[in-house]
Design a protein around this ligand. Structure first.
Ligand code: CA
Length: 230
């Protein structure tokens, strides 16, 4: 079967071994990590097809790892199944909110875990690969080239769309007018095109974003940034 590996981050050796054995029986290659730091490192380097993540871990806990992996574009698509102990219900909810795909409460049946792993992989393979950005009541579907506000499509010109996408994808970083001109209009900075063009389009874009217009923030003497905090 697949040569790509599943990463098991679990500090309890006997559980890690049991999970590894069962996943291997299920046809998967398995990598393990016994603490959070090693786990995070391996997840970044080895790009596993799925991570089985224990919540209580030495060095960096499971919630933190989940958060870091899901916030990084390079690892955000890796599905995560969390292992929680009884009494960690609150953490479980946080994990799912952070983007974990499933969870199992200890003690669990290793065979059921294998079944869950297969189900999650099936689900994620069926999911469209393109990105959907979401914040507040705003959504941007890159593949379809559409932006919706409260579920209704907003009519944006292609420049307004590109502008919004560039700002959004920068995840809160400030982008200068020159950078945006270059990125959206494809102008060479040396051409000295009016940076006011950017301001005009930003103004139009803000109007169309209505209740979400506050997300586009003017940063004095620097440019613009998109506020993607909830
Ligand atoms: Ca543990």
């Amino acid at each position: 079967m697949s040569k790509e590996a599943i990463l098991v981050i679990e500090d309890e050796k006997n559980i890690a071994e049991l999970v590894k054995y069962n996943l291997e029986q299920g046809g998967f290659r398995v990598l393990t990590a016994g603490d959070g730091e090693t786990g995070l490192d391996r997840a970044r380097k080895e790009k596993p097809i799925l991570v089985v993540l224990d919540l209580m871990l030495p060095k960096i806990d499971g919630i933190e790892i989940c958060k870091i992996l899901k916030q990084d574009d390079k690892t955000a698509a890796i599905p995560i199944i969390m292992l929680t102990a009884k009494g960690q219900e609150a953490d479980k909810v946080v994990g799912l909110e952070l983007g974990a795909d499933d969870y199992m409460t200890k003690p669990f049946s290793p065979r059921e875990l294998v079944a869950r792993v297969k189900a999650v992989l099936r689900r994620t393979n069926e999911k469209p690969k393109y990105k959907v950005l979401k914040v507040g009541s705003l959504e941007l579907e890159a593949e379809k080239h559409i932006v919706t506000l409260k579920g209704k499509a907003i009519e944006l010109t292609s420049k307004e769309y590109d502008l919004l996408k560039a700002l959004w994808e920068a995840r809160g970083r400030v982008l200068s007018r020159d950078f945006l001109l270059n990125q959206v209009w494809g102008y060479d900075e040396s051409l000295n095109i009016e940076t006011r063009t950017v301001d005009m389009h930003i103004g139009q874009l803000r109007k169309k974003l209505k209740s979400e217009e506050h997300r586009i923030i003017t940063v004095k003497n620097a440019g613009y940034r998109f506020d993607d905090e909830l």
